[in-house]
Design a protein. Structure first.
Length: 122
């Protein structure tokens, strides 16, 4: 086992607990940070208000997973858009080669949505 992975300790975080960060009008509630998992992954809940969106972007070092807790999001990936309703899951893989770039964008489709997001590092 990797020494980095053994440095993390188990912990419990209550449902409403976790540090918060507001980015582009989206509230992120951290459930597990990279520092708490020895860099293996980060996990947070995002509360997305109507009309909020992230700009097109690419992940080069981590995969990103989503689970829709409530509402509905439209996720654009590599130029294709698809609605993601309650309980939908999506895995977006990091860019593993120089080209083509894999831009992605999330945008709100319902009045309000909540999702659980994870960034996974190999």
């Amino acid at each position: 086992m990797d020494a980095k992975a053994t440095a993390a300790e188990s912990f419990v975080r209550e449902p409403a607990a976790g540090s918060t960060l507001n980015v582009l009008g989206i509230t992120h509630i951290h459930k597990a940070t990279g520092a708490e998992t020895a860099g293996s992954f980060s996990l947070w809940e995002s509360v997305v208000p109507p009309g909020a969106a992230t700009p097109l972007h690419t992940h080069a070092r981590e995969d990103e997973a989503f689970y829709v807790l409530s509402g509905e999001l439209v996720i654009e990936f590599e130029g294709n858009s698809a609605p993601h309703p309650y309980c939908a899951r999506r895995l977006l893989l990091r860019r593993t080669r120089p080209a083509p770039c894999r831009p992605q964008c999330r945008r709100q489709a319902s009045s309000r949505a909540r999702l659980l997001r994870a960034e996974l590092r190999p």
